[in-house]
Design a protein around this ligand. Structure first.
Ligand code: ADP
Length: 636
């Protein structure tokens, strides 16, 4: 690069800039947190690259951030001696948005300033937040290891474009100079800057330095003033938060640290901070967020734990440190045993990592159990009592994946599950609650899966259970069916789908009822034969059932078979599903079913019966037009 170039921002950046400058006015000061965080990341990167190339330290091995200002020029500068930017990196990293999350972010903007500002907090606009307070930003940088002539100066007024040019720069790293807007001049104050740093950046593991101020008496009786000296002092704690003793860390500091590492504007629901000793030594600081990120569903991406080795940052999103179903957990794990040059591949195989993962999983489950306990604790403040419900609403579905993924902790996980049921409109029923309410003689925990809770609640399959006052769990999460495959029993009581196999209410059905049902089935036999024949392409079998009270018919699948709901879902997702035909169960007491015997419209009625059963459980007839025709023929 020989000459000054003017380049355009990527369209998304321009959009983001507009938003930043227009909607973040309520919380301007966060720009400092963002820029210091970038500086700290740059130092982490240098330290990491220098593991294999100590030359990168040049003659400045002590990594630090310096915050300074010039009242006259109205500028504020945040300088670091981290990895720095090459000329190309300045163009790429400060001119485009690489992160896929940001696109997602842009699409979620509502136009409501307050809500959008919170969203920004969640995603962290980072560097661009400088434009909240500055009408021009100049970045000067040189990447560690590059010759002095290969420095770069980047300037922009935060509108459509930016300028870059080469510059000589002896010192490694980056300095970001904000030309403050007139109304942001109050940041030109040591006291103000120190208090913001104390609030947001105290735990940054690097020293943040500022010029010392001194009181200078005015001349000839005029008032004195604070003036800046040449001496620098450290204004933050400068030790990694997790390395400090628990008793020296306030709840506010834990929360600030969480916000920093998670880019979340809301505080966490809970955290655990422990030093684990024994054959593997590590420190864990793990947080449970209070709401789900937008990409929670992406099993490949999300993982929120940063790995440090002996306080050196190694990597973000170290997925090997926790099982995938706990990917919502944020935090830091600092190992004393892993080698500094550990790679993601190595992590997968390491025995130490295995121990860390087991220990951390137990810790997270313990935190969740504690939150769940508060739920039932009458003495707990309402806020605390509601925490588990909040957690479950956000992450319950992900937690269920653990039933299939983490066999060793299945029992603990089962206790953490919550469902809606015929006894509860909200998702608050624990399996233990259900067990405690089981009817005399009831031998199973009954559940039904459907596309929505309403569909589950109104399913014909529930009729006999409702009549007998037996509670049924209503499940409508996509993962339920799959997850329940892994949970056959809870504390010795089997789980039984009410839509699979024949109903067997066992001891809850009395002898006279059983006799009556058998008699009805016997009398109905000739009609059944005809039904089987008429529906042989649709139904695997047709039988008389005692599970229906008000409905004429319903569909069930064989025990261990895939529910029709799951089959539909998989088909929609483009997966191959083995073609199985359901069983049609009919209510021999129902007027419509009684009408079958000797009816001249037997065939039409049979098909209508089947298609209606399919409709009732959320499916669609194979040939909807034929269905309508048949119904209409009977209506006229
Ligand atoms: P984020 O830090 O979340 O990736 P930013 O918009 O804050 O997003 O920064 C964009 C990129 O610019 C960073 O990823 C980094 O590569 C680069 N960058 C920003 N500040 C610095 C800095 N002080 N030193 C080196 N690189 C930086």
């Amino acid at each position: 690069m020989s000459q000054k170039q003017t380049l355009s921002f990527q369209a998304e950046v321009a959009q983001l800039l507009h938003l930043v400058t227009h909607s973040l006015y309520s919380n301007k000061e966060i720009f400092l947190r963002e820029l210091i965080s970038n500086a700290s990341d740059a130092c982490d990167k240098l330290r990491f690259e220098a593991l294999n190339n100590t030359g990168l330290y040049e003659d400045a091995p002590n990594l630090e951030v310096r915050v300074s200002f010039d009242r006259e020029a109205r500028t504020l500068t945040i300088a670091d001696n981290g990895i720095g930017l090459s000329q190309q990196e300045a163009i790429d990293n400060l001119g485009t948005i690489a992160k896929s999350g940001t696109r997602e972010f842009m699409s979620r903007l509502s136009g409501d300033q307050k809500a959008d500002a919170q969203l920004i907090g969640q995603f962290g606009v980072g560097f661009y937040s400088g434009f909240i307070v500055a009408d021009r930003i100049t970045v000067e940088s040189r990447r560690g290891g590059l010759p002095q002539e290969e420095g770069v100066r980047w300037t922009s007024v935060g509108a459509g474009d930016f300028e870059v040019e080469a510059m000589g720069r002896p010192e490694r790293g980056t300095s970001v100079t904000l030309h403050l807007r007139e109304d942001a001049a109050d940041y030109l104050s040591t006291w103000k800057l120190k208090s913001i740093i104390g609030k947001y950046s105290d735990h940054i593991a690097l020293p943040i330095l500022m010029r010392k101020e001194e009181w200078k008496e005015g001349e000839e009786g005029k008032g004195g003033e604070m003036v800046l000296t040449e001496e620098w002092e450290t204004v933050n704690q400068a030790s990694a938060l997790w390395t400090r003793s628990k008793k020296d860390i306030s709840p506010q500091q834990y929360q600030e640290f969480y916000k920093q590492i998670s880019h979340d504007h809301e505080g966490p629901l809970a955290w655990a901070h422990n030093r684990v000793e024994g054959s593997t030594e590590y420190t864990q600081l793990l947080y449970i967020p209070s709401h789900a990120p937008v990409d929670l569903w992406n099993r490949d991406k999300a993982a929120g734990v940063k790995l440090y080795v002996k306080r050196v940052f190694i990597m973000d999103d170290a997925e090997a440190l926790l099982p995938t179903y706990l990917r919502f957990v944020k935090g830091v794990i600092d190992s004393s045993d892993l080698p500094l040059n550990v790679s993601r591949e190595l992590l997968q195989e390491s025995r130490d990592v295995k121990a860390i993962r087991e220990g951390s999983t137990k810790r997270v489950l313990g935190m969740l159990e504690d939150l769940a306990k508060l739920e039932k604790d009458d003495g707990a403040p309402a806020d605390d009592k509601g925490k588990y419900g909040k957690f479950y609403a956000e992450f319950g579905t992900v937690l269920k994946e653990g039933l299939g993924e983490d066999l060793g902790n299945r029992e603990r996980l089962a206790k953490l599950l919550r469902f809606a049921s015929t006894e509860s409109d909200t998702v608050t029923v624990a399996l233990a609650d259900y067990k405690a309410r089981m009817k005399e003689g009831q031998e199973a925990i009954y559940y039904i899966t459907a596309d929505t809770t309403a569909a589950a609640r109104n399913s014909p399959q529930l009729e006999i259970f409702r009549k007998k006052g037996i509670e049924v769990l209503l499940m409508s999460d996509r993962v339920d069916e799959w997850a329940l495959n892994y949970l056959h029993e809870f504390e010795g009581t089997p789980l039984q789908s009410v839509a699979k196999g024949a109903v067997d209410l066992g001891k809850m059905q009395d002898e006279t009822e059983k006799k009556a049902a058998e008699g009805a089935a016997e009398a109905f036999k000739p009609v059944l034969e005809k039904l089987r024949d008429a529906l042989k392409d649709k139904a695997q079998d047709v039988r008389v059932t005692s599970r229906l009270v008000d409905s004429p018919a319903c569909l069930v699948v064989s025990d261990g078979g895939m529910s029709m709901q799951l089959a539909r879902m998989l088909k929609q997702a483009g997966q191959k599903v083995p073609e199985t035909r359901p069983v049609l169960e009919v209510n021999a007491e129902h007027a419509l079913v009684k009408k079958l015997d000797g009816s001249p419209h037997f065939d039409d009625l049979a098909h209508i019966l089947f298609d209606q059963a399919l409709l009732a459980e959320g499916g669609l007839p194979d040939d909807p037009a034929a269905y309508v025709k048949r119904v209409n023929a009977l209506l006229v």
